[in-house]
Design a protein around this ligand. Structure first.
Ligand SMILES: NC(=O)c1ccc[n+]([C@@H]2O[C@H](COP(=O)([O-])OP(=O)(O)OC[C@H]3O[C@@H](n4cnc5c(N)ncnc54)[C@H](OP(=O)(O)O)[C@@H]3O)[C@@H](O)[C@H]2O)c1
Length: 231
């Protein structure tokens, strides 16, 4: 029987490579979520090639109604893995150029949405044999790395790390493993061309880590290549 993945931000960057890997593994059914399916050409091509292993859903992770629609579409079926990948990094977050409205939006996407998704799918996750919630965070949110700048992004990822810790405690009784991950510095729209690794390398590492997680791993902050990251 196929395991079920719900993945946000599946249309490009790391999310698209993750979708490709999960579909290619033959062990998973992927609910691939993105804001605008009509514009998600690569995703629609993949779905056309593998209609039995992928369903595309329109999902804006900041919109409560949109998240509720997604949860309704999954019905009462088990969800083995929720992968909160969608994220944003606005360009105006230095001391000289700080956009407070954009900061609030960054918190909505990077911090609050993973919690909204976890709660919306909690009942589905409880039905699975080895349920996992993995949120793609960032080393930029680590309090162990004293850095300036990127205030909105750093604070949003530090906060989602704390959300992850809390959920690991509160969902232990449900048997749900909750983990945060740093995906590496990746050559996507967000990471830019100077970044260190390709999206496929990040996705391969994340795939290997998340498919191997069990409830014993709950509360960990891990890198894409399976190392422990300092909180
Ligand atoms: N790249 C790096 O070096 C790096 C490093 C550390 C952490 N990360 C994290 O890794 C994750 C993936 O990043 P990436 O590099 O693949 O970024 P990316 O190429 O910019 O892709 C971001 C994805 O998030 C989606 N998204 C943004 N806002 C959304 C919303 N409100 N609702 C639903 N989806 C939304 C985007 O959809 P649209 O196409 O609709 O905009 C897109 O699919 C993010 O959480 C990011 O913070 C990346």
């Amino acid at each position: 029987m196929l395991q079920t993945l719900v993945l946000t931000g599946a249309n490009r960057g790391i999310g698209l490579e993750l979708t490709r890997l999960f579909v290619a593994s033959h062990d998973w059914f992927v609910h691939a979520c993105c804001r605008r399916p009509d514009d998600a050409d690569a995703l629609r091509q993949l779905a056309g090639d593998h209609p039995d292993r992928i369903a595309i859903h329109a999902l804006d992770v900041t919109d409560a109604g949109s998240v509720a629609d997604l949860a309704a579409a999954t019905g009462a079926a088990p969800v083995d893995l929720l992968l909160n990948n969608a994220g944003i990094l606005n360009p105006h977050q230095t001391l000289d150029d700080l956009d407070f409205d954009a900061w609030e939006q960054e918190l909505r996407v990077n911090t609050i949405a993973p919690m909204r998704m976890a709660l919306a799918l909690r009942a589905n996750l409880r039905q699975a044999a080895n349920p996992r919630i993995v949120t793609i965070s960032s080393q930029m949110g680590s309090l162990a790395r004293p850095k300036g700048g990127a205030y909105a992004y750093r604070s949003s990822k530090a906060a989602v790390n704390k959300v992850t810790q809390g959920l690991a405690v509160d969902l232990a009784g449900d048997g749900i493993c909750v983990v945060a991950m740093h995906p590496g510095w990746v050559r996507t729209n967000m990471g830019g061309p100077e970044a260190e690794i390709e999206p496929i390398e990040s996705a391969q590492g994340i795939f290997a880590v998340v498919t191997g997680l069990t409830r014993a791993d709950t509360g960990r902050f891990l890198t894409w290549d399976g190392r422990e990251h300092a909180w």
